[in-house]
Design a protein. Structure first.
Length: 343
C-alpha cells in the first residue's frame, strides 16, 4: 500500500508466547514480579552472563595456548583458535542473552547508549557493574578449572628460576587472565593499536544496530560483530588489545585477588581498561554524523524487529494498543527508539 507516494509496510499481527502456550501458575506469578519489580535484575543477569560467555570461552582457549607453550606442548591452541573462541563467545552472548538486556556486554557500548540513545544512567551503572562482575567470575572459574595445570607450570617456572620474569607477562600464568605487554613494549604504539581496533569495532557495532542497513539484518548482526572481534584478535592481539573494559577490569580484579598488587599491570592497565571507551564513542559519533542518514528506509526485517520489541513492552505493561502500519522512514522511528534497546 502507499500513502502520499510513501510506501508502507503492513504490520504483522503480533503473537505472544503466552497466547499459544499455557504457562503454569508459578511461572505466571513470577513473570508479574519480573516485569514490575525484578526486570532490572534479569537484565543485569543477562549482561553478566553475556560477558561471562565471551570471557569464559576466550580465556579458556588462552589457557591452553599459554600453558601448552610454557610446557613445550605444541598444538594445544593458537592465536587463531583464541580469536575463534572469543568470536563464538560473543555470538553466544548476543544470541542467548541479548534479547533480555539489549546485548551491550561492554561498558563503552552502554555509555554510548546513554549519550546518544537516552539510555537511563542508573540502569547503565547497573549494567556496567554486572558486566565487570561477569568477567571476574568467568576468569575465576577458569582459574579453578585449570588450577592443577597452573600450579604445575608455576612450580616448573619457579624451579627454573624464571617465574618472577614471566609471571606478569603475556606468556606467564597471570597472562592467561589479565592483559599484559612485554616490558620493552612501546606504550604509544600499544595505545594506537588499541584505539584503532576499538574504533573499528565500535563502527561495526553501530552499523549493525542501524535499522536502515540492508546488509546487516537483525539475524546477521551477531555474526558480523563476532567476526570483527575475531579479526582484531587474529591481527592485533600480539601487539596488545583489550577491546572491552568489562573483560579487562574483570580479569584485572581476578588476578589481583589471586596474586595481589604486583599483578596490577602498571601503566598498561590504564590503556587496556580505558582506551576502548573514547574510541567507541568517537566511532559512534563518526557513524551518526557521517555515515548514518535518517532519510533512508528501514528494512522489512528491522520493521518486524522493532515492532516485536514494542509489542513485548506493551504486553509486559499490560497495555495492548492498536498501532498503524510501520513506515519505512528512520525519522518516523525516533519515537520508538527510546523504548528499544538493541545489541
Amino acid at each position: 500500500m502507499a500513502v502520499a507516494g510513501i510506501h508502507m509496510l503492513p504490520r504483522r499481527e503480533q503473537v505472544h508466547l503466552a497466547d499459544i502456550k499455557p504457562r503454569i501458575n508459578a511461572y505466571v506469578g513470577w513473570e508479574r514480579v519480573r516485569h514490575r519489580q525484578a526486570h532490572w535484575l534479569v537484565e543485569c543477569a543477562a549482561e553478566f552472563f553475556g560477558v561471562f560467555f565471551y570471557v569464559y570461552l576466550g580465556v579458556g582457549s588462552t589457557a591452553n595456548f599459554i600453558l601448552g607453550s610454557v610446557a613445550g606442548i605444541a598444538g594445544l591452541s593458537s592465536m587463531f583458535q583464541i580469536g575463534v573462541a572469543y568470536a563464538i563467545g560473543i555470538l553466544l552472548a548476543i544470541v542467548v542473552c541479548g534479547p533480555t538486556s539489549g546485548g551491550h556486554f561492554n561498558p563503552a557500548v552502554t555509555i554510548a547508549h546513554v549519550l546518544t540513545k537516552r539510555f537511563p544512567p542508573l540502569k547503565a551503572l547497573r549494567y556496567i557493574v554486572a558486566q565487570i562482575l561477569g568477567g571476574y567470575v568467568a576468569c575465576l572459574l577458569v582459574y579453578v578449572q585449570w588450577g592443577d595445570y597452573i600450579a604445575e607450570i608455576t612450580e616448573a617456572l619457579e624451579a627454573a628460576g624464571t617465574l618472577d620474569a614471566v609471571l606478569f607477562t603475556p606468556n606467564g600464568p597471570a597472562g592467561i587472565f589479565a592483559l599484559y605487554v612485554a616490558p620493552t613494549a612501546n606504550l604509544g604504539r600499544v595505545f594506537l593499536n588499541e584505539f584503532v581496533c576499538d574504533f573499528l569495532i565500535g563502527l561495526v557495532i553501530w552499523s549493525c544496530i542501524d535499522p536502515t542497513n540492508f546488509s546487516a539484518p537483525p539475524a546477521a548482526a551477531p555474526w558480523i560483530v563476532s567476526f570483527v572481534y575475531g579479526g582484531m584478535v587474529w591481527g592485533y592481539a600480539t601487539v596488545g588489545i583489550a577491546t572491552n573494559a568489562a573483560r579487562d577490569l574483570g580479569a584485572r580484579l581476578m588476578v589481583l585477588t589471586i596474586w595481589g598488587l604486583p599483578a596490577g599491570g602498571g601503566s598498561y592497565a590504564a590503556i587496556a581498561a580505558l582506551t576502548n571507551i573514547p574510541a567507541t564513542l568517537l566511532a559512534v559519533l563518526f557513524y551518526e554524523f557521517v555515515l548514518a542518514d535518517s532519510s533512508r528506509v528501514i528494512t522489512p526485517a528491522h520493521v518486524d524487529f522493532l515492532n516485536g520489541h514494542l509489542a513485548h513492552q506493551e504486553h509486559t505493561q499490560g497495555v495492548v494498543q492498536q498501532r498503524s502500519p510501520a513506515t519505512t522512514s528512520l525519522a518516523d522511528e525516533k519515537g520508538r527508539e527510546q523504548t528499544i534497546e538493541r545489541v
